[in-house]
Design a protein. Structure first.
Length: 275
């Protein structure tokens, strides 16, 4: 490679580093070994002739030139995604990347009709950050608050309520995620209001639900999930502090693409039908 020119793949890796809390985290996101990531960033500095990072005990930090380059690369993940999708396209169905919380993703996995695969294929990505859509790292997001970014299109879907569920009123203690931050709002509320009565913890909400269904404790669930649990009974009124609107979010520039438009319609139908 010509050392005077920056390689596009190195720039793509740099963009991941620039938006990650550490080089190790960036390497994990990119799926490359940490030594390889470090070597590629050093190569990028040589090829650009600019110092992009400050290296120290705190890890990699962007210099002024590094931040300037990161700003110039806004939109690169979406560009690479589109190019790679175009290069790999034969008769393959377009993939639409969806980011949502656990329970909403579960409903979509169970509710989206199989016929969507004829026009688009869902791909669930783990991050819930609103900026994922703004940076084109996801195509569609389901959010618990209205985004304030002007380049994001949004539709209000439904009001989400939470309540306390258990196998019976005789169950007194609670099951929850451990108390370490960050916690989802429902679990933060539980620790804040019933922390002394939490008897069991699990590292995954699906495990918490399994424990509650087996009678080991009460659990706070979205009502659209709790209502479907045959072994659980709703023990409280909807919790006012946890009630919120749910929003369907996409990027203004892509929301009219046929696969994304079809996905938005299918997701809206599926979620509104689920309660």
């Amino acid at each position: 490679m010509n050392e005077s020119q920056a390689d596009l793949s190195d720039l793509a890796l740099f963009q991941i580093v620039a938006t990650s809390p550490s080089l190790t985290n960036a390497a994990q996101k990119a799926g490359v070994p940490l030594p390889t990531m470090s070597r590629r960033m050093a190569h990028l500095e040589r090829s650009t002739g600019r110092r992009l990072f400050l290296r120290g005990k705190g890890g990699f930090q962007l210099t002024q030139d590094g931040q300037s380059l990161a700003d110039e690369l806004t939109g690169l993940p979406e560009l690479r995604h589109r190019v790679l999708r175009w290069l790999s396209k034969t008769d393959q169905t377009p993939t639409v990347r969806i980011t949502a919380g656990l329970w909403t993703s579960q409903v979509l996995a169970q509710s989206l009709p199989a016929t969507v695969s004829g026009t688009w294929t869902p791909s669930f990505v783990p991050s819930n950050a609103i900026l994922d859509i703004a940076r084109r790292e996801a195509d569609i997001g389901i959010r618990n608050a209205e985004p304030d970014h002007p380049w994001l299109a949004r539709q209000k879907l439904r009001s989400i309520t939470y309540a306390i569920y258990a196998t019976s009123d005789a169950v007194s203690r609670y099951v929850s995620l451990p108390g370490q931050a960050p916690l989802p709002p429902s679990q933060a509320w539980l620790h804040r209001t019933h922390g002394s009565n939490i008897g069991l913890t699990a590292t995954d909400m699906r495990l918490c639900l399994d424990l509650a269904r087996s009678g080991h404790g009460r659990i706070v669930l979205p009502c659209f999930i709790g209502a479907k649990q045959r072994t659980l009974t709703q023990l409280s009124d909807p919790i006012e502090d946890l009630t919120h609107d749910e929003w369907l979010v996409s990027h203004h520039d892509t929301r009219h693409d046929p696969p994304i438009r079809a996905a938005l319609s299918a997701i809206k139908t599926a979620l509104q039908a689920s309660g």
